[in-house]
Design a protein around this ligand. Structure first.
Ligand code: ADP
Ligand code: MG
Length: 670
């Protein structure tokens, strides 16, 4: 019996599907079972065409009036037909699925279900799934799992594979003993897996969620405990005593440090000069100025002859830090090196050599910093920026790099202190709870899609005044087109709508080559680009103080924490900034939720009110994304489960903890 069975053992997974699944991070049967649905679809009765609302997923019923039209463009093959009912007509459109045409025989009646979107100012039903009336009626009250997809992997494929994978889980083995399940009112492990993918009811799904979140928290808590126990022995071999260069840097800044920054800087100085190694987490809202504090710590270490590194979650952010650090630290005779996946093999080799030979003092990079091939020379400090984007394991990996350096982690995730202490038990906590004084509060508005032309005009005016704007496209859910195509499409229509050559609109998406991304980000930073249309790639840490507008399309599809992060990209300079949240569909719940962003400026308050509104255990709404590394648990809405799991993990012996993680990977049948 082996713990991790490859997905290739499943019927229907050959090399091709295995490669596609790998793109979703699914390599083993266990990965597949833990690939939880993003949401559950509830099929509603077909609606009247005249009453369809943009942004919603809806079903309509219609006869195929004539042979569908098939049009080829360089990028797509588009099949379309007009559907009608007594209330109106709507165009149905399929992209790159030519076989659809042969299914649509004139005179046949079908139910079509897809997303209502706006294209060239008319509503269309995009990529609808086709059902016979009987088949549709059978689906009516079922909860259908909706998985995050990638090109080539359909929801149906995942559904089929998960069903098969579930047959490999033994019902009689459970990492939690019956007594613990009873005490914390938890269902069995296998039932939880079954019900999270294929719930028979909402309640059913809530129970499954609770059980799986509990397990995740226990595992997390166990890890934190082990780290804490290991930590006591860590002696500070890199004692820093001279902070005079830091004082010089502070004096040379174009602004004064805030009281909170000074406080945290003092805490860091104390750590660096003490007997034990530093393990500190700085928590501070977006834009609170964490980078400069990290830079001070780095400067102190390298001035004493050591190396220091800073790891960022994206190439774009690493590049930006690199430029910032080079500019600020070169006057101190310090050499900064960049190490990211975007470098060519030759550049990487050169960077590796320079690091090993200690020709550079500060190394800025991404995950590339923790690869085996990187050898540091006297690495005294590792800074992890946006640490919630890295796993605990990566945090550990950087600790193991060099010879146990000081660790400084930074995060903008607003977590109440009480929770942070549980979650980051291995780290001391510093909080930057004050914003630089030169900031004007960001002006927010939540508006419908009808406001789009006004927003475009506003952006045009801001650009004319020399400011810049971000526009965030929604993520594409259906396989209607890829994320990249969507961003390009949006950019084209925005260019057409703005119709002004002097406004330079460019786009950025996750599938672009790192070099292309960097070029675009550079041009945006330097002001060559006025409007940057992108996916949420910019969410993380990017700093362009001249940007004054953040416009988010389909804001209702994002979590509030994520929207707050996006908002943090503007309001970084002294000019007035604006946030325009466009909602693609209308409902009281959506209004209430987005209203929180208008009412509260502080990330912590946003999180707390979001939780109050959603209520514990509500995960049918938009899931908070980007929080730590949990696949299913949500530290806000599952706060009660977190407390229970931490209590339970605390009562386990070391052997039980080990056994827990072992049985969780061992109860698969080959
Ligand atoms: P974050 O905490 O989100 O990482 P950054 O460190 O990127 O924020 O800082 C955001 C912006 O604020 C930067 O342009 C930085 O130069 C500026 N900044 C940092 N500290 C101060 C301060 N005390 N006063 C004014 N501006 C500051
Ligand atoms: Mg930052």
């Amino acid at each position: 019996m082996t713990a991790e069975i490859s997905v290739k053992e499943l019927k229907g997974v050959g090399d091709k599907n295995a490669a596609l699944l790998a793109k979703l991070g699914i390599f083993t049967v266990r990965d597949l079972l833990e690939y939880y649905p993003r949401a559950y679809d509830i099929f509603g009765l077909p609606e009247n065409i005249a009453e369809l609302r943009e942004g919603t997923v809806a079903a309509i019923e219609s006869i195929v009036p004539a042979r569908p039209s098939v049009v080829k463009t360089p990028r797509y093959l588009i099949v379309s037909m007009n559907a009608s009912d007594p209330t109106g007509t709507i165009k149905l459109v399929w992209y790159n699925t030519p076989f659809i045409a042969s299914q649509l025989k004139t005179g046949m009646r079908f139910v079509f279900r897809g997303r209502v979107i706006r294209k060239r100012n008319e509503l269309i039903l995009a990529q609808p799934v086709i059902f016979t009336r009987e088949a549709y009626i059978r689906k009516l009250s079922e909860l259908q799992p909706v998985y995050p997809l990638t090109k080539g992997v359909t929801n149906n494929l995942l559904l089929k594979l998960v069903k098969e994978a579930l047959t490999l889980v033994r019902a009689d083995e459970d990492p939690l003993p019956a007594a613990a399940r009873k005490q914390y009112d938890l269902i069995r492990y296998k039932d939880a897996l079954q019900n999270i993918h294929f719930p028979l009811s909402k309640e059913n799904c809530i129970d499954a969620h609770k059980r799986l979140a509990f397990d995740e928290f226990v595992r997390f808590s166990a890890l934190v405990r082990t780290m804490k126990e290991n930590r006591k022995i860590e002696v500070n071999n890199y004692r820093i005593t001279d902070f005079s260069a830091c004082e010089q840097l502070i004096a040379s800044l174009p602004y004064k440090l805030t009281g909170a920054q000074k406080k945290v800087y003092a805490e860091i100085c104390r750590d660096l000069s003490s007997d034990t190694l530093m393990s500190r987490m700085i928590q501070g809202d977006v834009g609170s100025g964490k980078t400069v504090v990290a830079m001070l710590a780095i400067l102190a270490c390298v001035k004493q002859g050591y190396q220091a590194c800073i790891m960022a979650p994206t190439d774009v952010l690493a590049k930006q830090h690199y430029e910032d650090f080079t500019k600020q630290l070169t006057p101190f005779g310090i050499k900064t090196e960049l190490l990211t996946g975007a470098l060519t093999a030759a550049q990487k080799r050169k960077a590796h050599e320079s690091i090993k030979a200690h020709e550079c003092d500060v190394i800025v990079g991404t995950h590339a910093l923790i690869q085996d091939s990187v050898e540091y020379d006297k690495l005294a400090l590792a800074v992890i920026d946006e640490q919630h984007r890295f796993g605990v394991n990566q945090r550990e990996a950087i600790r193991e790099k060099g010879d146990h350096p000081h660790i400084l982690a930074m995060s903008a995730t607003p977590i109440p202190r009480s929770l942070a202490i549980i979650l980051y038990g291995d780290l001391d906590l510093s909080i930057i709870d004050e914003m630089p004084a030169n900031r004007l509060p960001i002006k927010n508005c939540v508006v419908g899609t009808g406001y789009r032309p006004t927003a475009y005009n506003f952006i045009k005016k801001q650009a004319a005044e020399g400011h810049q704007a971000y526009v965030i496209c929604p993520m594409v859910e259906e396989s209607e087109m890829t994320e990249a195509e969507n961003v390009i499409d949006y950019t084209d229509s925005m260019r057409a709508a703005i119709a002004d050559e002097s406004v330079n609109i460019e786009f950025l998406h996750g599938k672009m080559k790192p070099a292309e991304k960097n070029a675009i980000m550079n041009d945006f930073s330097s002001g060559k680009i006025d409007v940057l249309v992108s996916t949420t790639v910019v969410e993380v840490g990017v700093n362009v103080p001249n940007a004054t507008v953040m416009m988010v399309e389909n804001a209702e599809r994002f979590g509030l924490a994520q929207l707050h992060q996006l908002r943090g990209r503007v309001g970084r300079g002294s000019a007035q900034s604006y946030c325009i949240f466009i909602k693609g569909s209308d409902s009281k719940e959506i209004d209430e939720r987005l209203d929180i962003l208008v009412k509260y400026r502080d990330g912590m308050q946003v999180a707390e009110n979001d939780l109050r509104l959603r209520g514990p255990g509500d995960f049918f709404g938009t899931r908070q994304s980007g929080e730590l590394v949990f696949k299913i648990a949500d530290i806000y809405s599952d706060a009660d489960v977190l407390k229970a799991a931490t209590e339970y993990a605390g009562s386990m012996t070391r052997e039980e903890l080990l056994c827990f993680s072992r049985t969780q990977t061992n109860n698969w049948i080959i």
